[in-house]
Ligand binder design. Structure first.
Ligand code: MFK
Ligand code: FAD
Length: 503
């Protein structure tokens, strides 16, 4: 065939290509640690363009299927996943994608190393980062609240580098009654000797193929009624299969037909006497599971910035290949300005998200001051909601920057938007996280240390050219301080109505 054919965008090694990631790592890591992390990330980024990229492509091309019956009519509820999806689990173990955060070879900076690796992995992972997020959150939960048995068994599996031993986890919170208002959940837990048996349904359970899950249920006293509301919920540990490989009295009703995250098996489940172990105090389930949720919310933020960065890398490359009106797009001032604005958004989101990761590492290693812990508490919902919203907006703009090609499935570009859209919905919607900011301020007094932290950073900025920026930031901080007492005087409804703007 003759005539013009456009070259598509190409990706280079995404560690070498990412100046912001490298300069951030230069700032927070030193000497030997910096070198070791560099070697690991550069090598891994090469792998993402090779075998790991192929696994993800296979997982995307062969979405999971639910096989409910065997040839003889027996109910088996087997979720058939692609070979690529299974291999991504093996790679995750080998590469220590969870383990790095728990080996803590670099102390608190191990979280920076781990999340930098996850940041490279996520856009090439077919969203295998989702089961990893929940595995990591469950590991942290068990570290904080688990007994010796859970630490020796589940925690060891979740943080293993041996693919034969490695486990991922589910996080089963959402029921038909509500995913935001978890306290409306109907699942009942009945004591049975040393364990409990769970009865109820879970409406969204991602990575249903995981070996374990953390979930919530209401303990029903013998002959009595379970306590309603979120204070009646307790936290439970569930292994999804028994020693013979049979499902733990779990029925899988169907897989969700979703806009995106196509390779990720998200199912509706019935728990029909599922054996479960109580974790932590009865009635503290919601408060206890937030240890897990606060980790997965940071994963969400890193996923958002990683998709923004992937889109930019592709759009920048394409702008050098595509010609319009006599010039490469990259040399069209307005196109260049459009991409520059996306880059600014990405830079801000990246630095905000990785500030959360730095603080997470410090807190887990016992290095965080009480003020830093309060900053982390408030920063977590902020980075989750802010980066997710920017990711969706950015993905839309990135698609447009390719013109019609951005809307065509086999360019791979629409996936950025489809997979980006979920990031503002799961793990707490934007509104719920805005309200969580108020909770962190009300209950943990997080605003004062949070604003002080920003002021400290602004004061440390001695670059003259940035003076107009630092002045504007200081003015904004004053406005925030003035806003709260003003709106509080108007009552709770006004505070909540303004929560999103405030966040
Ligand atoms: C690749 C990307 C990575 C992500 C992959 C993830 C895939 C899985 C997707 C999922 O979506 S899993 C399901 C996620 N679900 C949620 O995030 C639930 C959203 N709803 C909320 O977060 C609500 O705010 C909440 C359920 C917590 C409201 O419950 P309540 O019981 O009405 O709240 P309440 O009474 O204010 O808080 C109960 C306790 O928890 C309080 O402690 P105390 O009892 O000691 O006073 C709160 O302070 C505490 N708490 C609530 N949120 C907290 C928290 N503590 C720390 N951090 C938080 N975020
Ligand atoms: P609702 O809670 O009904 O919310 C509807 C709307 O009301 C939202 O816009 C919300 O912001 C708003 N709203 C609710 N309350 C308030 C309020 N007080 N003030 C202002 N606005 C409010 N859940 C799991 O537990 N485990 C999983 O593995 C899992 N995987 C998922 C995978 C995918 C692909 C998706 C899409 C969801 C998944 N979820 C999972 C569920 C997810 O966490 C919930 O969908 C989410 O928390 C919202 O709950 P909901 O769908 O019940 O919406």
């Amino acid at each position: 065939m003759t005539g013009f054919y456009q070259d598509g965008p190409q990706l280079e090694n995404q560690y070498h290509d990412d100046g912001l990631l490298r300069s951030f790592l230069d700032r927070v890591l030193e000497g030997k640690a910096r070198k070791e992390v560099e070697n690991d990330l550069a090598r891994f980024a090469d792998r993402l363009l090779g075998d790991v990229g192929e696994m993800a492509a296979d997982a995307e091309a062969h979405p999971p299927e639910l096989v409910q019956f065997d040839a003889w009519g027996r109910r088996i509820d087997h979720i058939e996943t692609a070979r690529g999806w299974q291999e991504l689990e093996r790679v995750s173990a080998e590469e220590g994608l969870v383990a790095i955060g728990y080996d803590r070879k670099l102390g608190s900076a191990s979280r920076v190393h781990q999340f930098a690796k996850l940041y490279l992995f996520n856009p090439s992972s077919a969203v295998f980062s989702c089961p990893l997020a929940m595995a990591d959150g469950a590991a942290r939960l068990i570290e904080v609240l688990g007994d010796d048995e859970l630490k020796q068994n589940a925690l060891a599996h979740l943080t293993s580098r041996d693919p034969a031993e490695f486990w991922t986890s589910g996080q089963w919170m959402t029921e038909r009654t509500g995913g935001s208002d978890v306290g409306r959940g109907e699942t009942i837990a009945r004591a049975d000797g040393d364990v409990y048996r769970l009865y109820g349904s879970k409406w969204f359970t991602s990575a249903t193929t995981s070996q374990m899950a953390m979930t919530l249920a209401r303990i029903e006293p013998p002959g009595g009624e379970a306590m309603p509301g979120s204070r009646g919920l307790s936290l439970f540990y569930v292994e999804t299969r028994d020693a013979d490989g049979q499902l733990n009295n779990i029925v899988i009703n169907r897989l969700k037909d979703k806009l995106g995250t196509k390779a990720l098996p998200t199912a509706e489940l019935e728990l029909q006497g599922t054996v479960a172990k109580l974790v932590g105090e009865p009635g503290r389930g919601v408060a206890n599971i937030t240890t897990l949720v606060n980790v997965t919310r940071l994963y969400n933020a890193i996923s958002s910035v990683s998709l923004m960065r992937r889109g930019l890398a592709l759009a920048r490359d394409y702008a050098r290949r595509r010609v319009a009106f006599g010039r490469q797009l990259a040399d069209q001032p307005l196109h260049a300005e459009t991409l520059a604005n996306l880059e600014v958004d990405f830079n801000g989101c990246f630095l905000l998200a990785f500030r959360g990761i730095e603080l997470l590492g410090r807190e887990e290693c016992g290095e965080a001051s009480p003020d830093e812990s309060a900053v982390l508490r408030l920063l977590t919902p902020i980075v989750k909601l802010f980066t997710a919203k920017h990711c969706v907006a950015s993905a839309s703009e990135i698609l447009e920057s390719f013109g019609g090609a951005g809307y065509v499935e086999n360019t791979g570009l629409p996936k950025l938007l489809r997979d980006g859209q979920v990031l503002s919905i799961w793990e707490g919607t934007t509104n719920i996280l805005s309200l969580d900011c108020l909770r962190a301020i009300d209950r943990e007094g997080a605003l004062v240390p949070f604003l002080a932290d920003i002021r400290k950073k602004v004061a440390a900025c001695t670059v003259d050219e940035l003076e107009p920026c630092t002045r504007r930031i200081n003015e904004s901080l004053e406005k925030i301080e003035a806003y709260l007492p003003e709106v509080m005087a108007e009552g709770r409804a006004s505070i909540e109505a303004g929560a999103r703007r405030f966040a």
